[in-house]
Design a binder for this molecule. Sequence first.
Ligand code: ADE
Ligand code: ZN
Length: 330
Amino acid sequence: MEDIAKFIREVPKTELHLHIEGTLEPELMFDLAKRNNIKIPYSNVNEVKSAYNFSNLETFLNIYYEGSKVLINEQDFFDLTWSYAVKCREDNIVHTEIFFDPQAHLSRGIKFETIINGINKALLKANKEFGLTYKIIMCFLRHLDEKSAFEVLDQAIEHKDKIIAVGLDSSEKGNPPSKFKNVFKKAIKEGFLTVAHAGEEGPPEYIWEAINLLEVKRIDHGVQCLKDKKLTKELRNKQIPLTVCPLSNVKLCVFKNLKEHNLKNMLNEGLMVMVNSDDPAYFGGYVNDNLVESQAALNLSKNELKTLIINSFKSSFLSEEKKMKWIEKI
Ligand code: ADE
Ligand code: ZN
C-alpha cells in the first residue's frame, strides 16, 4: 500500500483537467481579499472549508464564481498560478494543461490581457525555473449565450500565441454543446484545438454532440458515457480521451462515494481515461490525492495506475516526441 502511494507521488505525471480559478486555496483567497479590499462572506479559513459542501455542480459553481471575485490585478492571477505551479513541482506534475474562465472576470471589468498575462507569466517562470511544461485552454461559460462566447473568442484570437485550445464549462444541464457549435467552428478555423465538458451531470447525448458538432480532441469528465453502449464503443474505437476527476465527482454528488465511481469500469472497457483534479482547492485534493484515494477505493493495480498515467501523457497536447520521452520513464 505504502509502496503504491510512494510510486504515485514520485512518478512523473501530467494534468489535463484543471481550472486555475479552482486552485484558489482559502489562505490565498483571504490574502487577495485583503489586498484588493474585497468583502468575502467568510471570517476565517475554517468557515470557508465548511462552506464547501455541495449537492451538485450548480451549488459548487455559485461558490466558485464568488471566490473568483478576489482576482483583480495581473499580480493576483500570477500569484494564483504560481502557487499551483509550485504544487506541481512538489507533486511531480511535469506537464499541465490548464483552463481559465475569462468571462467570469470580464463581467467584473477585468481586462483579458490582465488575466492571460498573469497566468502566462507565472507558467513561463515555472518553465524557466523548474522545467514545468504547459498549455493554456480558454473555456466558454455555457450558461451564457453564444454571442458572449464569440466576443471572448475575438479577444483570445489576439493571444493565440498563448492559448492552444478552447473548451466549454460551467452549468451543463440545459446548456448542450449544440448551443456553441458556431463559435467552436470559428475557433477551429482560427487554429484552436477544442475540448468540452460533457457527461459530467449531463446525458450521453451531450458527449455525442461534443464529438460531432464541436470536434473535440478530448471530453472533460465524460463519466455518463457508460449509459450508452454505442457511445462507449465509439469512444473505445476512436480512443477519445476522457479527463476523469474522481474527487470532484464525489464532492458534486455524481457518485455517492469513490468505491462507486466508474473509473475502473471505464478502464476495463478499454477507454482512454486518466485522473485529474478539476478544482483541487474546492474538492479536497490535487492529482496525487485523486490517484491515491482512487487506488485505495477501487483497488487499482500498479499496472492500472501506470495505464492511467501513460494515458494522460498520450492524451496531452505535447509533441509525440515529448510524450514518448515521458512515457519511457514510467
Ligand atoms: N468550472 C469549474 N469546475 C467545473 C466543473 N467541474 N464542471 C463544469 N464547470 C466547471
Ligand atoms: Zn472541470
